[in-house]
Design a binder for this molecule. Structure first.
Ligand code: GLV
Length: 318
């Protein structure tokens, strides 16, 4: 009998071509994220579950899926998956760490440029017919060359962003977790978080969502940032205390923020929605044809490896 894999969303590629004839791929067909109930129903009898960041994979769902052997998360982050509950049930958890590095770094740099050069304000002016022609004082932004970019979390995406920033003539500094060794790469200098916040013109977040990074950037940290600095978050919404960010923007301590992720997606803090100094994107970090195709292939291949009794290539870290 064919082994069954259930994907919680339609995939951007033909899954059948990746998994081969031994595996039957079924998926949730809605345009929205499925509820836990819908996943439990859809995935019944499946050995593999291919998940997205918007799915909550918790113990009560796993209890309803006794045949499950692998949760293959189509993302680098996996904070939506209760990994301990999976392990306790003998379920392997994989993710797609290499597939989206460039796309996410490109988006982060795009947000830096957009906020520094006020793309969104200019775009709105033109689109709404309010532009009265060239003016030497219109929407003056900040040049990035010669400024300092502080990267919080210097993994794959942080490093890829550093390379891009250096190409723009920026100085790059990076802060990592205390227990994470920093290997010098000629791109960034390693500094403690407090120094990074104090010295950076732009702070970009690239750490995973864990207990210890929850509200890593709150009132105190935002106050440590330079007046007129920019905050960019393409990591996870929970890393920033959104209320504190709104307060820092309201008192004009920061020049602006570029946000691709939010504390309670898809809900966005009302204090952010009303501001023209923030650029808000709907979690698009890996949203390129190339990255999404690689992510789907990576997740499907690892799911198949587990179903064949082999070791997957991208187990989530301990
Ligand atoms: C997207 O948010 C990811 O973690 O890949």
């Amino acid at each position: 009998m064919r082994q069954r894999l259930y994907a919680t969303r339609r995939l951007p590629i033909d899954a059948g071509e990746v998994v081969g004839p031994e595996v039957l791929v079924a998926s949730f067909e809605g345009e929205r994220a499925p509820t836990g109930e819908e996943i439990a129903e859809g995935a019944r009898g499946s050995l593999a579950l291919l998940t997205q960041v918007s799915d909550r994979i918790d113990a009560s769902l796993l209890d309803r899926l006794p045949t499950l052997r692998v949760v293959a998360q189509m993302a680098v982050g996996f904070d939506n998956v209760d990994v301990a509950a999976c392990r306790a049930r003998g379920i392997v958890v994989t993710h797609t760490p290499d597939a989206l590095t460039d796309s996410t770094a490109e988006l982060a740099f795009g947000l830096i440029l957009a906020v520094a050069r006020r793309f969104h304000e200019g775009e709105a002016l033109v689109r709404h017919g309010s532009w009265r022609g060239f003016s030497p004082t219109l929407l003056l932004g900040r040049e990035l060359a010669g400024r300092t970019l502080g990267i919080v979390g210097y993994g794959r995406i942080g490093r890829a962003l550093g390379v891009r920033a250096r190409a723009f003539g920026m100085r790059v500094i990076a802060a990592t977790r205390r227990d994470q060794p920093f290997s010098p790469d000629g791109v960034a200098s390693h500094v403690p978080l407090a120094r990074l916040l104090a010295e950076s013109d732009v702070v970009s977040l690239h750490c995973p969502a864990t207990q210890s990074t929850r509200h890593l950037i709150g009132d105190a940290e935002l106050s440590m940032m330079q007046p007129g600095a920019i905050l960019v978050n393409t990591a996870r919404g929970t890393v920033v205390d959104e209320g504190a960010l709104v307060r820092a923007l309201e008192r004009r301590h920061l020049a602006g923020a570029g946000l691709d992720v939010f504390e309670r997606e898809p809900t966005v803090h009302a204090g952010l929605l009303s501001r023209s100094d923030v650029v808000l994107l709907p979690h698009l970090g890996s949203a390129t044809l190339e990255a999404r195709a690689r992510m789907a292939v990576c997740a499907l291949e690892d799911a198949c490896r587990v179903m064949r009794g082999e070791r997957p290539q991208h187990l989530v870290p301990e």
